[in-house]
Design a protein around this ligand. Structure first.
Ligand code: COA
Length: 361
């Protein structure tokens, strides 16, 4: 039976490599550990875009161009915001991005980088009955995203969010990146390709997991017994969110990168007690999963500490997938350009297992 395309290699890429048995993530020749917390998001966008756009400026100039793109996007979507606000926050963002021009140039790419960072705070504010805050083109990307959300941005929280965006910028041929490449292979524009990625990212088996991680932590805190709660989850044949991965058989390296960021924040405020709860739940979940699924190594994935980090910087759980998209969009665009450059349509085959037609005499 064709099942989930496990182990099928569907693209050659220079962008990233996921080593599932070693627990390493390489992004254009850099280990994740060398990037997270050290490089700014704009620098990583530059790293991913290098060679895929003829007019790519220096990384400092690119950061300024991303700032201008935030303003451009805000001006374009402003008249639509009140119509988008009643939708769920992810659908609102996706619908706002759908109106952007569908070209293949750097300006198109930068609008798509800017769009989740602009739309998410604006829609969250409208949902709270507040007026959207316009972007500041001179601010750094993560800091401006927080400023548009809360009116101010602490440099510490902005740095934490920037580290998150870097950590999730690209990750091999995951479901949303594959969906993006399939659409790009038809030579549709970047907006079409990114909308495909957004559709795939939404699901709880992919980018939709961190919101439910917060719900799980709250439920376990209320129950007072992590192990009993988790065992009950397994008994009901439910998944434990934030654990398991199609490729990693060891701990997801992004989990450690994000946990380090949360730990730095935790010494400063109530994030510390949240982190203590999460560490207890993590240990209990690993033990429960080890006993319940001995045939499979199920380890902590990126979403577990994503949930803590995004909560700590001030996003509500319903917007976590939006923020994931704000980081991953860089990888999607680079993959779309890489796929377009091959000139090859992705068109696999299916095996027909349905009924045969009646033979007409
Ligand atoms: N909780 C409980 N059981 C899990 C599990 C989890 N988080 N992840 C995998 N398993 C179990 C499955 O139930 C299955 O058990 P079975 O053989 O007894 O039926 C076995 O492990 C294999 O699962 P499968 O769905 O084939 O693995 P996969 O490679 O497709 O799984 C995920 C990858 C991410 C879809 C899966 O681990 C999952 O659903 N995780 C929770 C959601 C999540 O955190 N997603 C974010 C991913 S970054």
């Amino acid at each position: 039976m064709a099942n989930g395309l496990d182990d099928v290699v569907a693209a050659d890429t220079v962008l990233s490599d996921v080593d599932g048995s070693g627990g390493h993530l390489t992004i254009r020749g850099h280990s994740l550990a060398g990037l997270a917390g050290r490089w700014r998001y704009a620098q990583v966008v530059h790293l991913l875009f290098d060679g895929f756009f003829d007019d790519l400026p220096s990384d400092a100039e690119l950061e300024k161009a991303i700032g201008k793109a935030r303003v451009d996007v805000f001006d374009r979507v402003k008249p639509l915001l009140t119509q988008l606000a009643p939708l769920d926050i992810y659908s609102g963002m996706r619908a706002g991005m759908a109106v952007l021009p569908d070209g293949d140039g750097l300006a198109d790419a930068l609008r798509l980088i800017a769009a989740p960072a602009v739309l998410t705070p604006a829609l969250l504010r409208l949902g709270r009955g507040e007026t959207p805050v316009a972007p500041d083109e001179k601010a750094d990307h993560a800091g401006d995203m927080l400023r548009m959300l809360a009116g101010i941005a602490s440099p510490t929280l902005a740095k934490a969010l920037d580290s998150y965006l870097v950590t999730v910028c690209d990750h091999g041929l995951n479901a949303s990146t594959f969906a993006t490449r399939v659409v790009a292979s038809t030579q549709a524009g970047l907006t079409s390709a990114i909308l495909a990625g957004l559709g795939a990212l939404k699901g709880p088996l992919h980018g939709g997991a961190p919101g439910p991680v917060i719900e799980m932590l709250d439920a376990i805190e209320a129950s007072g017994d992590a192990t009993a709660w988790l065992r009950n989850q397994i008994a009901r044949d439910e998944r434990i969110m934030g654990f398991g991965h199609r490729i990693y058989r060891v701990r997801d390296p992004r989990a450690d990168a994000l946990k380090a960021v949360v730990r730095q924040l935790g010494s400063r405020n109530e994030t510390g007690s949240r982190l203590a709860l999460a560490e207890t739940v993590e240990q209990a979940a690993l033990e429960v999963l080890r006993i319940a699924k001995p045939q499979r190594s199920i380890q902590t994935n990126v979403e577990f500490y994503t949930a803590l980090l995004l909560e700590a910087v001030g996003f509500p759980k319903e917007a976590f997938s939006n923020v994931f998209a704000a980081g991953r969009v860089a990888g999607w665009i680079a993959h779309a350009r890489e796929q377009q450059a091959t000139g090859r349509l992705i068109r696999p085959q299916s095996r027909y297992v349905g009924p045969v037609p009646d033979l007409v005499a």
